[in-house]
Write a protein that binds this ligand. Structure first.
Ligand code: NAD
Length: 353
């Protein structure tokens, strides 16, 4: 496999230029570009710059509103409901979280929804923002505007998106912030795409074919559409969480679930339901920090099954990979680089990687 390595700033400048030249407002282009490259930096390449060709297609096909204005459908001291007017995910998503942080700080708790919004990308970034402000957060997300990808438990075709669930808690003593940020499918769609591109197999039990039969062969799967379906993580448990995302994000945002009466224009939209919590309002913070440290020390001291694979604190993998990629550069597969340069060509941009 041939890889090319890039500095964060090089990828950010490339993505920013392409988005601006294709018609995004400067502030939106900067925010979306940073969010994509940050996903690569933290090891989630499925949510990185490799999405740019799809985003540029969405711009050409009017599947993202480039002149959007956030509309607050409702705002109280603890509630926030935002309609992003079909605009970019990251700019509206971060604005929602900023407002919800202020409410949680003041009231102890805030619940917020966002809907009618393009792809929110790596959800962990919103939890990281809250954690950096000392606020814990839970996020439930559904995915619409394209066909479903994930089968329900015991079902044989796709009926759900990869509906991520994310939980963050601020740093406690020597422990950096806790971050659990997971899709509810057994493997991410991006991993199927990567396996298809490389001609490798996917893990047993993670995929079913068009006939609903288990397969490990991802060939021919690309873009946001699948032949067959991904399976939910952990059987009925992942399925239940994916369903919870449809209800909490799809219904409470007022923007809908992935059920087929709702639009599927071939783009990608998210809805997100977030709960933000100010731990300081729940008790003595010094005690909480000490308790989290003690619990983490206890869990991580479990004797290892494999000495090459330590027990990790959720959030540490992203920090470790970000440290490595800051030092060594962000690796992109040569096919991804080719696709990105081709996408630049198609928008008549002189930008190249
Ligand atoms: P993943 O399987 O890589 O799991 C990542 C999470 O698990 C992180 O919180 C990480 O810190 C933790 N983790 C990983 N290895 C660990 C270990 N050994 N010990 C302890 N913790 C560990 O993630 P995924 O399911 O492939 O999801 C990837 C990304 O895709 C996420 O950022 C998610 O938000 C994003 N996503 C977005 C959408 C969307 O529509 N916007 C949809 C699906 C997924």
């Amino acid at each position: 496999m041939t890889e090319h390595r890039f500095e964060f700033d090089t990828l950010q400048a490339f993505a920013d230029t392409l988005l601006r030249e294709a018609g995004a407002r400067a502030e939106d282009a900067a925010c979306v570009a940073h969010h994509l490259v940050d996903a690569n930096l933290k090891g989630h390449d499925s949510h990185g710059v490799g999405l740019l060709p799809a985003y540029l297609r969405h711009m050409r096909e009017d599947l993202v509103n480039l002149g959007s204005t956030d509309r607050l459908l409702q705002e109280t001291s603890v509630l926030l409901q935002m309609d992003a007017d079909g605009g970019w995910g990251a700019p509206s998503g971060f604005r929602l979280i900023d407002r919800a942080i202020d409410k949680a700080r003041a009231e102890g708790l805030a619940a917020a929804t966002i809907g009618n919004v393009h792809h929110l990308g790596r959800i962990g970034a919103y939890a990281e923002k809250a954690s950096a402000a000392g606020i814990a957060s839970l996020h439930f997300v559904n995915v619409t505007d394209h066909g479903p990808l994930v089968a329900p438990y015991r079902g044989s075709d796709a009926r759900f998106g990869t509906n991520p669930v994310c939980i963050g808690f601020p740093a406690a003593g020597k422990r950096a912030p806790f971050l659990l940020d997971i899709a509810t499918s057994q493997i991410a769609l991006g991993k199927v795409r990567v396996a298809a591109a490389r001609g490798t197999q996917v893990p047993t039990g993670s995929l079913i074919d068009e006939k609903g039969l288990p397969t490990t062969d991802p060939s021919g799967m690309a873009g946001f559409e699948l032949k067959g379906a991904l399976t939910p993580m952990a059987g009925h448990k992942g399925y239940g969480l994916a369903f919870a995302c449809e209800i909490l994000a799809g219904v409470l945002s007022g923007c809908g679930t992935i059920q087929p009466a709702n639009p599927r224009r071939g783009g990608i939209q998210n809805r997100m339901f977030s709960i933000l919590i100010n731990p300081d309002k729940f008790g003595d913070r010094a005690w909480m920090d000490a308790e989290i440290e003690a619990m983490a020390d206890y869990a991580l001291a479990s004797p290892l099954m494999d000495w090459d694979s330590p027990v990790l604190y959720p959030g540490d993998p992203e920090r470790a990979i970000a440290g490595k990629r800051r030092r060594e550069g962000i690796p992109l597969h040569e096919n991804t680089v080719k696709d990105l340069n081709k996408a630049a060509d198609a928008c008549n941009s002189a930008a190249r990687l």
